[in-house]
Design a protein around this ligand. Structure first.
Ligand SMILES: Nc1ncnc2c1ncn2[C@@H]1O[C@H](COP(=O)(O)OP(=O)(O)OP(=O)(O)O)[C@@H](O)[C@H]1O
Length: 260
């Protein structure tokens, strides 16, 4: 496997609050890695450093061997780091297809000439992406009419329009019903593995984490305290004591088994 993301010694403090302390990890192409931890553990701060929104106080972030630390979000995005957010951002009055076309226009450096353009440009490419996420039948519908689960799939298609090498997903299944959560993550994991995209995601739902992640990292008070397969992390005494509690881990394991 090829190392896609190599993070070394990331540090970030806010006026005396040590949000992230000396975080190092690597992620391979095609790997699905979960970053979990209790509230305030530093997950969002890590994500925001990875996509350039926050400049770390120290550390290195290499994407496919190239240093990207300190680069602005647009540059990081251009280098192939896509991101989805807890709150989905789409143009409500435009159709599903047009939203993907706008993302494609942007990827192909044509955003400034977008007005009056989207109707014809990149239509076939947009339709391919919509087919990939199972949204072909919704292509003509205005986004404002979509159910929440469909919006999340559209957001995935929009992120894929940038042909990312790395996808950062911030609580991708927040606000979804349990069945929809499993479906969205199955879809995401299948596409990522097929296209060799690395995925780093944060998630509060342990069923989603244990069923879909290849490996799980646990952050506590800004420090990584464990990394391993879902099975290893579930059995890690420090993780059980510090974060999850044995009951929660046990329940999540059995719910994941019942869903599979
Ligand atoms: N802009 C900021 N200014 C000051 N302190 C901050 C700022 N952003 C985050 N923090 C602090 O840094 C620590 C880590 O916060 P962060 O949001 O990264 O955690 P998190 O793991 O994403 O939490 P959650 O799961 O609740 O979203 C917390 O103590 C938080 O209060």
């Amino acid at each position: 496997m090829t190392t896609l993301l190599d993070v070394k010694g990331l540090v970030k403090s806010y006026a005396g609050v040590h949000a992230v302390r000396d975080v190092s990890f690597a992620l391979n192409a095609g790997e699905i890695l979960a970053l979990i931890g209790p509230n305030g553990a530093g997950k969002s701060t890590c994500f925001n450093m990875l996509n350039g929104q926050i400049k770390p106080d120290a550390g290195s972030i290499r994407l496919a061997g190239e240093e990207i630390v300190g680069q602005p979000p647009r540059t990081v995005w251009r280098r192939g780091v896509g991101r989805t957010f807890q709150i989905t951002a789409t143009f409500a009055s435009m159709t599903v297809r047009e939203n993907v076309q706008v993302a494609l226009l942007s990827f192909h450096h044509r955003l400034w000439s977008m007005i009056g353009y989207a109707g014809a440009r990149h239509r076939a490419e947009a339709d391919e992406l919509l087919a990939l996420v199972g949204m072909s039948e919704q292509a003509e519908r205005p986004c404002g009419e979509l159910a929440y689960g469909d919006l999340k799939r559209l957001e995935l298609a929009i992120a894929l329009a940038n042909q990312p090498r790395l996808l950062l997903m911030d609580e991708p299944t927040a606000g979804m019903a349990p069945k929809e959560r499993v479906e969205l993550m199955r879809l995401t994991a299948g596409i990522a593995r097929a296209k060799n995209i690395g995925v780093l995601f944060t998630e509060h739902d342990m069923d989603v984490v244990f069923e879909h992640a290849d490996e799980v990292m646990v952050l506590n008070r800004g420090q990584l305290i464990a990394r391993g397969t879902p099975q290893q992390v579930r059995q890690d005494r420090q993780v059980q004591a510090i974060y999850l509690g044995e009951g929660l881990l046990y329940d999540a394991k059995h719910r994941a088994e019942a869903l599979s």
